[in-house]
Design a protein around this ligand. Structure first.
Ligand code: NAD
Length: 289
């Protein structure tokens, strides 16, 4: 990415619903402050006045006219936003969802930094982990980005499990089309975790384990110490799955890495300047102290 000397303050925001507790605004604002140009990152909650009842198209136009560098987009707009954009990055096209929009030269470009965010978190947090076979549980919005990210991390074979079997099969087809270097298939049940065919690692991309949805999508008793386990849930940071996996001796990867690195890449896209992942992680972590 070309590095520019930035002089104007960052102006960006997050569009979504129920996003008051998001840590993304603080990560961007602090990083801009540290880099000396400052600026503002607004939470644009479409459930809250004065935006409730506003259409996504109007909100995008308003931000563009106000001179925003760009926007992050979250639930429930990541797919809907695409029809309002001029172009998509390769990753956004592959995933079919956009979490970052950049306004530049009168155009709106859509990116998916969730994909790179998980991949970078995986590369750093599970460096050297076995990549022969991974089991992904959850083929929803986040699961699509994670599946492509796992392929980009060199996973040779990917099995996908979802309680909605059609969704798992559709995602397997999608990854097969977009990432020919990875063998992909849908798994019928959690039996995929055991036996001679068992995976080197497991990723939870279901909401199971969130504070409001306690529990685990698989029985942690099926895990063995030589398997790695990643979770993308990060409220709480230590999910029941990660705690159980850690207790069994597995290497684990918490969901905070994906959340931080999606912001790192978005900051770079908004400003044209590299972001400091350690600094953005420190801002993210400060919420827990
Ligand atoms: P989603 O509702 O779109 O998809 C969830 C999928 O999981 C669905 O397909 C559902 O059928 C499946 N599922 C649910 N319970 C299951 C179970 N017990 N076994 C098998 N499949 C099951 O949700 P999403 O948007 O993909 O988000 C999933 C989680 O990822 C949420 O908790 C969200 O907070 C988290 N997330 C984290 C990050 C991050 O940066 N770390 C980013 C995005 C989402």
């Amino acid at each position: 990415m070309p590095e520019e000397t930035r002089v104007s303050p960052l102006l960006a925001g997050l569009i979504g619903r129920g996003i008051a507790l998001s840590r993304t605004p603080a990560m961007h604002a602090e990083e801009a402050r540290h880099q000396g140009f400052g600026g503002a990152y607004r939470i644009l909650d479409m459930d809250e006045p004065p935006r409730s009842g506003t259409r996504l198209a109007d909100m995008l136009r308003a931000a563009e006219l106000a001179g925003f560098d760009g926007l992050n987009i979250t639930y429930p707009f990541k797919i809907e936003v695409i029809e309002h954009l001029d172009a998509l990055s390769d990753n956004a096209r592959a995933v079919g969802a956009v979490n970052t929009v950049v306004f530049r030269d009168g155009r709106r470009i859509g990116h998916n930094t969730d994909l790179w965010g998980f991949a970078e978190s995986f590369r750093r947090g599970l460096a050297g982990a076995a990549t022969g076979h991974a089991l992904l549980i959850g083929a929803g919005g986040a699961g699509v980005a994670v599946a492509h990210a796992l392929a980009d991390c060199g996973i040779a074979r990917l099995s996908i499990l979802d309680r909605d079997a059609d969704r798992a099969a559709a995602l397997a087809d999608q990854v097969r089309r977009n990432r020919s270097g990875t063998r992909v298939g849908a798994a019928a049940d959690a039996g995929a975790l055991t036996g001679p065919d068992r995976p080197d690692g497991v990723v939870n991309a279901t909401p199971m384990g969130m504070a409001k949805l306690p529990g685990t999508a698989i029985d942690p008793a099926l895990l063995r110490a030589d398997q790695w386990v990643a979770d993308i849930v990060y409220f709480p940071l230590e999910t029941a799955l990660l705690a159980a996996a850690r207790a069994r001796g597995c290497r684990v990867l918490p969901g905070s890495g994906m959340a931080v690195f999606q912001a790192v890449r978005a900051f770079e896209l908004f400003t044209g300047r590299p972001a400091c992942p350690d600094r953005m992680k420190a801002t993210f972590d400060a919420f827990d102290t």
